[in-house]
Design a protein around this ligand. Structure first.
Ligand SMILES: Nc1ncnc2c1ncn2[C@@H]1O[C@H](COP(=O)(O)OP(=O)(O)OP(=O)(O)O)[C@@H](O)[C@H]1O
Ligand SMILES: [Mg+2]
Length: 379
């Protein structure tokens, strides 16, 4: 595997009184596609600029392959950055934009030609060499920015929301291309985004940030299925959240009283059986259930074991048809202040049962295993 390993340790950043990064630490493996994900203003760009050398941290160290790079100026870091606005030279052709850094380094003509062609080919820009940036589409400009960063053959590529200027379809397409380029050249990518779908779809690991801190690091499945707290559960995908009090624990099963809804059954995670979190009766807990894990139909399902499932009658307050799925917003009688989201995939038109409409009375149910004990609060 090419690329470098990046280790960020105890990074703090103050801008005057404002504490923008708070004890940020993370290990990024050689050659992985690593994403920094978080809402606007959480400190993603600041962290990237510290790695690149455009910003000095107030405390902490950044190691690349075990070496502290903070004393090095940006151009000696073997790190290249792609910015959101591309920062192409408008008066230079595509070829010259990509060749620019090589000319500065006094490469020979032959070598410049072959390297520039190699990276234009990789980014599917062959044939566009003599256009100027103003004559390119958004996606093509983005590709020039990628080629221009890669031609330096960095060990680490930093990408700061590189697709945010593109429309939704093109963004998806370019994301797949980026992923393929990453697979081909094998260097370390550190990708900044506030778009959870982007991060989930291409990352080996994701660090979720909130208000200057890293709140969870994990692979996409861990982040989605086992969010570290309520912030992550809500920020990544959509979640129904219940707060309640533990009434009983038996094996992996936890019974939680949610007023005035009733008792919810939820299973612990494997780690919890070893006592990593304490769910003894009386503890306040928060539970999340993803909308796609809740089933809905007009009839109450028969033959499902009551001790492993949660069932509730509901009223359908709103239906949003999305083609591949429908989103239902439902309320449970006596619990009407609380709207639940239920997503139903349209797997096959013929097997979806009776159609569920606005104002219908229906049933929802989910397996205890499909709910997640996201937080245990101190007694
Ligand atoms: N030079 C600066 N001086 C003062 N405050 C700054 C400076 N740069 C960033 N900040 C503040 O630090 C916080 C983090 O900014 P940053 O640009 O890192 O956020 P971000 O996560 O990249 O957000 P976005 O998704 O909107 O790009 C923000 O509140 C911002 O206002
Ligand atoms: Mg930013």
């Amino acid at each position: 595997m090419k690329g470098s390993e990046v280790r960020i340790e105890g990074i703090d950043k103050h801008f005057g009184d404002f504490h923008a990064l708070k004890n940020v630490g993370v290990d990024i493996q050689k050659g992985e596609f690593f994403s920094l994900l978080g809402p606007s203003g959480c400190g993603k760009t600041t962290l990237l600029r510290i790695i690149a050398g455009f910003e000095t941290p107030s405390a902490g160290i950044v190691y690349v392959d075990g070496r502290n790079i903070l004393p090095l100026p940006p151009n000696r870091r073997q790190v290249n950055t792609i910015f959101q606005n591309y920062a192409l030279f408008p008066h230079l052709t595509v070829f010259e934009n990509v060749a620019f850094a090589l000319r500065l380094k006094k490469y020979g003509k032959q070598e410049i030609n072959s390297k520039v062609e190699e990276y234009l080919n990789l980014t599917k820009l062959t044939g566009q060499e003599y256009k100027k940036p103003a004559q390119l589409s958004g996606g093509q400009k983005q590709r020039v920015a990628i080629a221009r960063a890669l031609v330096n053959e960095p060990d680490v590529l930093l990408l700061d929301e590189p697709l945010s200027a593109l429309d939704a379809k093109l963004r998806q397409h370019m994301l797949i291309e980026l992923d393929m380029i990453h697979d081909k050249i094998g260097i370390t990518f550190i990708y900044v985004t506030h778009d959870q779908q982007e991060a989930l779809s291409v990352s080996d690991h994701i660090a979720v940030m909130n208000e200057g801190r890293i709140v969870q690091v994990g692979n996409p499945t861990e982040i989605y299925e086992s969010p570290a707290d309520i912030f992550v559960a809500n920020f990544i995908g959509e979640a129904n959240l219940f707060n309640g009090t533990v009434t009983a624990v038996e094996g992996e099963m936890v019974w939680v009283a949610v007023e005035p809804l009733g008792i919810l059954k939820v299973t612990m995670e494997p780690g919890d059986l070893e006592g990593t979190r304490d769910f003894k009766p009386g503890r306040r807990v928060s539970i999340t259930v993803r909308p796609e894990k809740i089933n809905i139909s007009l009839e109450k399902p028969a033959d499902l074991p009551a001790d492993a499932f949660n069932f509730f009658p509901c009223a359908v307050d709103e239906v949003i048809y999305n083609g591949f799925q429908s989103k239902f917003f439902v309320t449970i009688p006596d619990f009407a202040r609380f709207t639940l989201k239920v997503f139903k995939q349209h797997m096959s038109y013929y097997s979806t049962g009776s159609e569920i409409n606005w104002k219908d009375k229906a049933w929802i149910w989910w397996k205890a295993d499909d709910a997640y004990l996201v937080e245990v609060h101190d007694a």
